[in-house]
Design a protein around this ligand. Structure first.
Ligand code: MG
Length: 238
């Protein structure tokens, strides 16, 4: 799992380096695929449930599952969420980041920062003996304190030989409830935070693209995290 996480992070680093005004999300996808090929890994998202690309590239009001396209060209002031996963020697890594394209507004910056902060607040409870609801609640509370909406229709997940395993890891919940974490469990923790409403809609034309219902910005931050007897091990941060 650690090796798969490392490979995933290398794919993300290669994509991150290419993000700038004028680049298309199709080019970013090509970079991810090329990087994984060199590392002898397989893009975990490609053909997953029929998804047609190696990464999800979700711009501005797109929450998740944006399909890379030659026509989708990044411009100054956009924010772009990249969700990327690799299968390496039979194990899967999964991570997401939201990047600024050039200079972005202060409110967009704050959304990106708070979304990452939600992850760290949550994984303070990714410890043996804590419950899933403790982690979920910490994420929800941090987002709500900032005045943001927490996406409810999409959640984190267990991860291992498959990308999506039990348990579901929601970004909202009740402290003291849910499965108790045990050493050796690996989960993908992924707050998806909206500037406005938590509600989302799926594009009917492509069947994939998930947008905020109010058209406001959304950010995403994800890592693959291993529960140990001490502090959690974050496998997708080198
Ligand atoms: Mg995930």
């Amino acid at each position: 799992m650690a090796a798969a996480g490392e490979v995933t992070a290398k794919g993300m680093a290669a994509v991150a380096e290419a993000i700038r005004p004028g680049v298309s999300t199709w080019e970013l996808d090509k970079i991810a695929r090329k990087t994984f090929k060199l590392l002898k890994a397989i893009p975990a998202f490609l053909n997953y449930g029929g998804f047609p690309a190696g990464i999800c590239a979700s711009k501005n009001s797109v929450v998740v599952h944006g399909i890379p396209s030659k026509r989708n060209i990044l411009k100054e002031g956009d924010i772009i969420s990249i969700d990327i996963g690799a299968i390496y020697e039979g194990f899967v890594g999964d991570m997401a980041r939201t990047f600024p394209v050039g200079e972005i507004s202060d409110e967009a910056k704050r959304l990106i920062e708070v979304t990452e902060q939600c992850f760290w607040k949550g994984i303070a409870f990714a410890k043996e003996g804590c419950r899933l609801g403790d982690l979920s609640h910490a994420i929800e509370q941090n987002a709500k304190d900032a005045g943001y909406g927490v996406v409810r229709d999409y959640v984190g997940h267990g991860i291992g030989r498959e990308m999506h395993e039990d348990p579901a890891v929601p970004n909202f919940g009740k402290p003291g409830y849910g499965v108790r974490f045990e050493k050796g469990m690996v989960i993908a923790v992924e707050p998806m935070i909206n500037m406005g409403t938590w509600e989302v809609i799926t594009d009917e034309a492509d069947g994939w693209t998930v947008r905020t219902a109010d058209g406001k910005l959304s950010a995403h931050y994800e890592n693959t995290v291993a529960i140990t007897s001490g502090e959690p091990r974050i496998l997708t941060i080198p």
